[in-house]
Design a protein around this ligand. Structure first.
Ligand SMILES: CC(C)(COP(=O)(O)OP(=O)(O)OC[C@H]1O[C@@H](n2cnc3c(N)ncnc32)[C@H](O)[C@@H]1OP(=O)(O)O)[C@@H](O)C(=O)NCCC(=O)NCCS
Length: 437
């Protein structure tokens, strides 16, 4: 295999945990009118198609501010604003409808492409849209009537989900309908937040003109908490695009959406890099830390196998088959970071003399020295205490000093449970350490 092919195969294999993590999940994609106009938009469509093929359930909420502006400009109509929000009178509403209708058709057309030499060959995507958004008038402020500018009242999540269940992509326009039969012009961000909230989306992904959120020195911030997101927003003004983006991201996360990604629409492949590589390329805003320690489930088998495979290959760990791992999975504790397993450890209790074996302690090389293994050990020790175990032992060929630093002391084979003594592999010549709990 030549180097390029090897890299490709490697890359493809490394994306498999993310493919598994994202399959069946609901992602709301907020695409502004500026993103749709960008030269990179066709690549975004290809990436959306790929996500759909990988089983991601996609709702696209699209905007059309520049397209509305252009139409107004052409017809020499000036539109009035109050508190930076457009007042939608009858004339403007008809222009908004034209712009929304035209964009909806354009998006459906792009998602229907399937030329033999394009990444969309044989994709056959169903695109649906409808009256999912119920709206009410924004009302009158300081005597100024916003007329057909509205607010979201509710979103018919159940109807959208029915289409997602059949693998369709749902297009949601920034328009809402009222029980009185009227149409309202809605802010894109509000529709996207409400859609993500009503659908209990796993992610809201905002395509932005910037790479994400940068600190004062211009360095991209990969991860932001809600509080940090809010304080960055406060440094900006409502006229800034990033202000609106951050506002939407914070609102969405505050209302229960687990993760919100801010990703550039100008950067070819940003969506794929953000979702299928360990560290992504944009800014992720989360409810809490997006790294968690928890007991493993059957879903984690693939991720653990991938994490431990290089160490098994080097003889640092004893090889475990998938079947064995599946049968022992609840004995593993894992550190999950944005859907990927980056560290693990296992606890095997021995009934005879109340000992437990600590095994398979691994942190992915990219994430070492962050106290992840130490935290895993703390978790495992708590599990062992809860199970009334009195001591933990571990066999290691490479990490003796690490275990000593964690309070383990060297011991010999005779101190291990009889059951373990019988299966001790003399050839490996592992060192044995023990820790009283
Ligand atoms: C050992 C291991 C799990 C530590 O993971 P980690 O998440 O980086 O651990 P922590 O952050 O809690 O601890 C890091 C500290 O341990 C040190 N350390 C890591 N491996 C060590 C080793 N083999 N011997 C001595 N010290 C070691 C690091 O240098 C670091 O110390 P420093 O911050 O003072 O430089 C990780 O290096 C690993 O996966 N190793 C390969 C698998 C292995 O041998 N497992 C044990 C057998 S079950």
């Amino acid at each position: 295999m030549n180097v390029n092919k090897k890299e490709y195969v490697n890359w493809f294999r490394h994306s498999s945990p993310y493919i598994n993590a994202h399959r069946g999940k609901v992602f709301v994609l907020m695409i502004s009118g500026s993103a749709i106009r960008d030269a990179n938009f066709d690549n975004i469509i290809h990436d959306v198609t790929l996500l759909n093929s990988l089983g991601v359930r996609l709702v696209i909420v699209f905007g059309c501010r520049p397209q509305i502006e252009e139409r107004l400009h052409k017809q020499e109509i000036t539109s009035a604003f109050h508190r930076a929000i457009r007042i939608t009178d009858n004339t403007i509403l008809s222009i908004v409808k034209e712009a929304v209708g035209a964009l909806q058709i354009e998006l459906a057309a792009k998602l229907s492409m399937g030329l033999a030499n394009s990444p969309m060959h044989m994709a056959h995507i169903n695109v649906v849209s409808g009256n999912y958004v119920t709206a009410k008038p924004k009302g009158i402020f300081n005597g100024i009537d916003y007329q057909h500018t509205g607010q979201v009242r509710k979103i018919n999540g159940a109807a959208i989900k029915q289409h997602l269940d059949t693998s369709s992509i749902v297009l949601v326009a920034p328009l809402g309908y009222s029980p009185t039969g009227e149409v309202f012009n809605l802010p894109l961000e509000e529709v996207a937040i409400e859609a993500a909230q009503h659908l209990v989306a796993d992610k809201l992904i905002i395509l932005s003109s910037s790479e994400g959120v940068c600190d004062d020195s211009g360095n991209l911030l990969r991860e932001l908490s809600l509080v940090e997101g809010r304080s960055f927003q406060e440094k900006l003004t409502p006229q800034d695009e990033l202000y609106r983006t951050l506002h939407a991201a914070c609102q969405a996360v505050n209302s229960g959406v687990k993760r919100c990604h801010i990703v550039s629409y100008k950067h070819d492949g940003a969506l794929i890099e953000e979702l299928f590589t360990r560290d992504g390329v944009g800014t992720l805003l989360g409810q809490d830390k997006y790294e968690t320690i928890r007991v493993a489930t059957i879903e984690d088998v693939g991720g653990i196998l991938e994490l431990i495979a290089p160490l098994e290959k080097d003889g640092i760990l004893v090889k475990r088959s998938r079947e064995l791992l599946e049968s022992e999975i609840t004995q593993f504790t894992v550190v999950e970071r944005d859907g990927a397993i980056i560290a693990c450890a296992a606890l095997y209790p021995y009934d005879d003399n109340q000992s437990g074996e600590l095994a398979c302690v691994v942190t992915h090389p990219d994430y070492r020295k962050g106290k992840r293994a130490a935290n895993l050990l703390m978790h495992i020790e708590n599990q062992a205490r809860n199970a009334k175990l009195q001591q933990l032992f571990v066999l290691t060929t490479q990490a003796s000093h690490w275990f000593i630093e964690q309070g383990f002391t060297p011991t010999d084979l005779a101190q291990l449970p009889a059951q373990k003594q019988q299966i001790y592999n003399l050839q490996r010549n592992s060192k044995i350490f023990i820790k009283q709990l």
